[in-house]
Design a protein around this ligand. Structure first.
Ligand code: GLC
Length: 423
């Protein structure tokens, strides 16, 4: 599709201020993440698009915890609100929001769609309709203090047991050396979506499956899953602070980036922040695929992509689609790659400039290739309820309220009941 507005602006050489008063200029509202680099990138790109097209853009901020955005979106979309045009989406929400999203197959040229990874497109597709454009891909990663591993002559751990032992060893040595606040490993232990991700990683990489398999069969209750959760429980108070039971991504990052943890589980963005010029950890951090529970298993970093969708009730669907195409296009994905948001456009993975400015991508590739997906496709609109059962049950194990075996049996029972009602 030719963007008539930009052709018009270019032809007239009109300033955007003048054009904004033109009859055709649209105001497109966009939901961006609420803070930090993610907000800045979203906002500056949207403004660049507005300038280029002569439209205006209104930025709405999502709640800091992405999980809280879903009910807000559901409410706005159910009321067919024209205030919502473009939505930042977590890959696990596409099924739930499907009835309200524009099929982009009819709106975006096929070659532009096909430039994205097939897996990222599959995630955005429901009943053959492309309901969002892939924006960035991600997977849970292990960040580690390269300087401390070198200081103590320890290799980068490849199993969770090795991570447990190395974390304890370095933590104890550092504490003995005067660093009283040092911990071994920080991650996301709060009862929210992030914990479903962390738990999936421990369980899947230990041969314990993904709670529900791709066919929709419930696999939660098994000895490998129980062993993985029991190991994680053993970290609390030993290599992970009690406070981890209330950490989200930012909570963990705060501890790691002030130099108080040897390891951290987090998403790619933490590479951008920990390597920023003002970071005390610049040059001291390594990143790798998460460890496995058992040799031969995949590292199973939780797959978590960002997408952009357009509301069916947008006042100007074409302008909204134009913004989505700009934000998910190669130029913008390249700019974002420099801040550790990994592209969904395959060709960018061999772009020499990106590989030079962002060598992280090479390390993250294995994690992306071995990622594990949450059961959101199999459970569709019920995924949120499914995930709540999982993270609440896992939280009970971590806080010592239930054994892993009891909790997994309860999770499995609850999921069976949900399934019977039809998901
Ligand atoms: C990240 C991921 C998303 C996941 C969330 C959990 O934002 O991209 O997929 O649901 O973290 O906290």
């Amino acid at each position: 599709m030719i963007n008539l507005r930009s052709v018009y602006v270019a032809a007239l050489g009109a300033s955007c201020a003048v054009f904004a008063f033109g009859a055709q200029a649209a105001e497109v509202s966009l939901f961006c993440s609420s803070s930090g680099a993610e907000l800045e990138l979203c906002q500056s790109a949207a403004e660049a698009w507005a300038k280029e097209t002569g439209n205006t853009v209104k930025i709405n901020k999502m709640p800091a915890n992405w999980g809280e955005a879903l009910p807000i979106y559901q409410q706005l979309l159910a009321s067919k609100s024209g205030d919502v045009d473009v939505l930042t989406l977590d890959n696990i929400w596409v099924g739930t929001l499907a009835p309200h999203l524009v099929n982009l197959k009819d709106k975006v040229p096929a070659e532009e769609i096909d430039a994205h990874f097939k897996s990222a497109l599959a995630d955005a597709t429901v009943n053959d309709q492309l309901l969002a454009m892939p924006w960035f891909i991600d997977a849970g990663l292990m960040f580690y203090r390269k300087d401390l591993l070198e200081k103590y002559g320890k290799p980068v751990p490849t199993t969770w047991q090795e991570l447990t032992d190395t974390a304890a060893f370095i933590q104890d040595k550092e504490r003995a050396g005067g660093k009283a606040d040092m911990w071994g490993h920080v991650w996301q232990g709060r009862a929210y979506e992030g914990l479903t991700c962390d738990a999936l990683e421990w369980v899947a990489s230990n041969g314990g499956g993904t709670f529900i398999d791709a066919k929709g069969d419930i696999t939660a209750k098994n000895p490998n899953a129980a062993a993985a959760l029991t190991l994680a429980r053993s970290w609390i108070g030993k290599i992970s602070p009690e406070g981890v039971l209330n950490y989200d991504e930012e909570g963990a990052r705060g501890v790691f980036e002030t130099g108080n943890s040897v390891f951290m589980r987090n998403w790619s963005y933490a590479w951008g922040t920990s390597q920023a010029d003002n970071s005390p950890l610049k040059g001291k951090v390594g990143v790798a695929a998460l460890p496995v529970g058992k040799a031969g298993e995949k590292s199973s970093g939780c797959y978590g992509a960002g997408l952009l969708g357009v509301s069916k009730y947008a006042d100007d669907v074409d302008a909204a689609v134009s913004l989505v195409r700009y934000l998910t296009g190669a130029k913008e994905q390249k700019r974002r790659a420099m801040s550790a948001y990994s592209p969904t456009i395959e060709a960018l993975y061999s772009d020499p400039e990106i590989l030079k400015g962002y060598p992280f991508l090479t390390d993250a590739r294995k994690a992306y290739a071995e990622s594990a997906s949450r059961p959101s496709q199999a459970t569709g609109g019920s995924y949120n309820r499914v995930s709540q059962r999982i993270f609440n049950g896992v939280h009970n194990v971590l806080s010592g309220k239930e054994t892993a075996e009891d909790s997994l049996a309860k999770i499995a029972g609850d999921l069976e009941r949900l399934k019977k009602r039809g998901w």
